[in-house]
Design a protein around this ligand. Structure first.
Ligand code: SF4
Length: 325
């Protein structure tokens, strides 16, 4: 089955600042792809670029075989309004119009994308609310009259009411308490299964992704440094930055129980033009003065590190000699 989303060599700049650099990723129907990285890694810019809201410098974005980056202003607006891609924001209170009722909020994408009879619109609104586990009598309430968890489910109902092919969820659970967080994650998992949509799930919370994502893409300063099946990446990260992220998240840390202190550099060096992670990398050496390419290292896995297969050995040697802190 062909991919719903294919991003190839995407670069985005704001002025002279390069925010994304040669980013490539893909998502198939029914697949959840997690995107992780620290604040400033380019996660949200990537999401905005895919929906046509960020200034692309080069590269291609295809959604269902439509080349989004090649569309002119009017065609791009038409694509955005078609409902093929929908975006769920982090903060539902700020992203939902406070003056509209729940029914009007969920109906709005239908009114923009399709000329459906009023009754059919109403049926689809109620169907979407039912799908996300909300009662029909919420339609006449405004966002301030419902809970935070309900608001995020309204955002998701609005996102799926037009049957998008691709759903982009930007930190969808970060503003929620633990119980609502689990509800929303379960709901996202059901959506990909029942509706076969591809889902890009952006999160700084690795444990949210661990249970539901199929693959994960790791961004660092606008570059993909690792990409692969999530279980493999979380069990045995091949990039030192991925290893540091995982070591810093005890809920997902598994392999050899590496600790952040074992992965942080003891002698930071400033490298210009070399590997983007070099100034934080404990394993940097002269080879790293050249930026490593993102290269396949196993079926379905790619890593951008000159020493992806050897850095662990040096860590073990350090550990045995008692140098690890
Ligand atoms: S290429 Fe060098 S500096 Fe970059 S992550 Fe690998 S070992 Fe570290």
């Amino acid at each position: 089955m062909s991919d719903v989303l294919e991003v190839q060599g995407l670069s985005v700049s704001y002025g002279s600042h390069r925010v994304l650099d040669e980013v490539s990723l893909r998502a198939a129907p029914g697949e959840i792809v997690g995107v992780i990285g620290e604040t400033g890694s380019g996660k949200t810019t990537l999401a905005r670029a895919i929906v046509g809201l960020a200034p692309t410098v080069s590269g291609q974005i295809q959604v269902d075989d439509v080349e989004v980056t090649g569309l002119s202003g009017r065609a791009r607006r038409a694509h955005r309004r078609s409902g093929a891609v929908h975006y769920v924001f982090q903060d539902p209170l700020r992203s939902l119009d406070p003056d509209l009722t729940v029914g009007e909020i969920v109906r709005e994408p239908l009114a923009i994308a399709a000329r459906l009879p009023r009754q059919e619109q109403q049926d689809r609104v109620l169907g979407a609310l039912h799908r996300v586990g909300l009662p029909a009598d919420l339609v006449d309430r405004v966002p301030a009259e419902i809970s935070g968890g309900q608001r995020q489910r309204v955002s998701i109902a609005r996102a799926v009411v037009g049957d998008p092919r691709l759903l982009i969820c930007d930190e969808p659970v970060s503003a929620l308490d633990a119980s609502n967080r689990n509800h929303v994650l379960r709901l996202i998992d059901e959506l990909r299964r029942d509706l076969s949509m591809a889902i890009l799930l952006i999160s700084h919370d690795l444990s949210s992704l661990a249970g539901i994502a199929d693959r994960v893409v790791v961004l660092y300063r606008g570059r993909v440094v690792e990409d692969g099946p999530i279980a493999q990446v979380f069990n045995e990260p091949r990039h030192p930055y991925t290893a540091l992220l995982i070591a810093s998240a005890p809920s997902v840390r598994r392999e050899h129980r590496l600790l952040p202190a074992q992965l942080r550099t003891l002698t930071p060096v400033r490298v210009s033009g070399g590997c983007v992670f070099a100034d934080r990398c404990r394993f940097a050496d002269a080879d790293c003065d050249v930026q490593p390419a993102l290269e396949p290292v196993a079926p379905g896995r790619s890593v951008s590190c000159h020493h992806h297969s050897t850095w662990r050995e040096s860590l073990t040697a350090e550990h045995l000699s008692g140098r690890a802190s």
